[in-house]
Design a protein around this ligand. Structure first.
Ligand code: RIB
Length: 311
């Protein structure tokens, strides 16, 4: 079992499903509301766990009902809560999500709350986990100091780093240096490089720019078009499956968590991306973030039936 350390967010998600998105200033009637478990860090951690990884999530919740509920969910799921701190001053992170029934696409507003209080010292308190982990994964929903400290410790112990630069944030240039895999979606990629990604040629130029910034390998997730890879071993587009999306919340997160497990297990990069595509393809056929993430068995079945790969 490969060990994955994640510095990342825990959120309580409130999702409203509606026929379409409202226009600015419009009040419209939706179909239903769901309360769920989310946060990009947590979704990635849960995906890694359900794919068979041994996960340590370093995070922070508030001392409120939502935080308690998230901790209970983790205990039931069988993921360690040792490094999930409890803030006495900030509320549990919360995301307000709208999902359109037309496309399954979403809009999300996140109030980071306690996630923003995660300190460098909190991450250092988990240093021993970095020492013997197989891979480090992070994103941008906790404080910058926690993310930078995670990166520093991963580099100190020579561990591969997967950095999902979501949601977009202004970043110090050092954040990109020495990253093994960066995994933006098209929108984030355009923010970081200034290059709109509408074709494989655009993706290639944007990847070059990210590599000039110090990143070793680039995976741009392209929604229903799959994922584009460029890096040390070449470049290629990995198409994704044709499963119909009903809710894309957490699709990128499940891709990241799954990719980490697959790569840490020694799958070649293309197979690891196909495995990650399989996981995220199943997740979009279900509602919610954490609740939509499939098991390893389900993902392996799709990997076999769609890509013809048996692992
Ligand atoms: O990527 C999806 C996630 O973004 C949601 O679970 C929400 O909490 C926000 O962090």
């Amino acid at each position: 079992m490969k060990k994955i350390v994640v510095v990342g967010s825990l959120n309580s998600d409130i999702t409203v499903y509606a026929s379409h998105f409202p226009a600015p200033g419009e009040t419209m009637i939706g179909d239903k509301t769901c309360f769920g478990y989310g946060g990009k860090g947590s979704n990635q951690a849960i995906a890694a766990h359900r794919c068979g990884g041994d996960v340590r999530l370093i995070s922070r919740v508030g001392s409120d009902m939502l935080g308690k509920d998230l901790l209970d969910y983790y205990k039931k799921e069988g993921i360690s809560t040792e490094y999930i701190g409890i803030s006495e001053t900030a509320a549990t992170g919360c995301a307000i999500i709208e999902v359109s029934a037309e496309t399954g696409n979403n809009t999300i507003i996140v109030a980071k709350g306690a996630n923003e209080e995660l300190s460098a010292a909190d991450v250092r308190a988990a240093e021993k986990e970095f020492e013997d982990c197989d891979i480090f994964l992070t994103q941008l929903e906790t404080s910058m100091e926690s993310i930078m400290e995670g990166k520093r410790l991963a580099q100190k112990y020579g561990k591969p780093i997967v950095f999902n630069p979501a949601p977009y944030a202004e970043l110090p240039v050092e954040m990109f240096e020495g990253i093994d895999f960066i995994t933006p979606n098209e929108t984030e990629c355009e923010y970081y490089t200034g290059i709109p990604v509408n074709s494989p040629e655009d993706a290639s130029r944007a990847a070059d720019k990210l590599m000039e910034m110090g990143v070793k390998n680039v995976i741009i997730t392209l929604g229903k078009r799959g994922a584009y890879f460029k890096g040390e071993l070449g470049e290629w587009l990995v198409p994704t499956t044709d499963l119909k999306p009903i809710d894309t919340t957490g699709a990128g997160d499940s891709f990241n968590g799954a990719f980490c497990v697959a790569y840490a297990e020694g799958m070649d990069i293309e197979t690891a991306i196909k495995f990650a595509n399989s996981v995220s393809s199943i997740s979009v056929t279900r509602q919610g973030a954490a609740t939509s993430i499939p098991t390893r068995k389900e993902s392996e079945e799709l990997l076999k039936s769609y890509y013809g790969i048996e692992i």
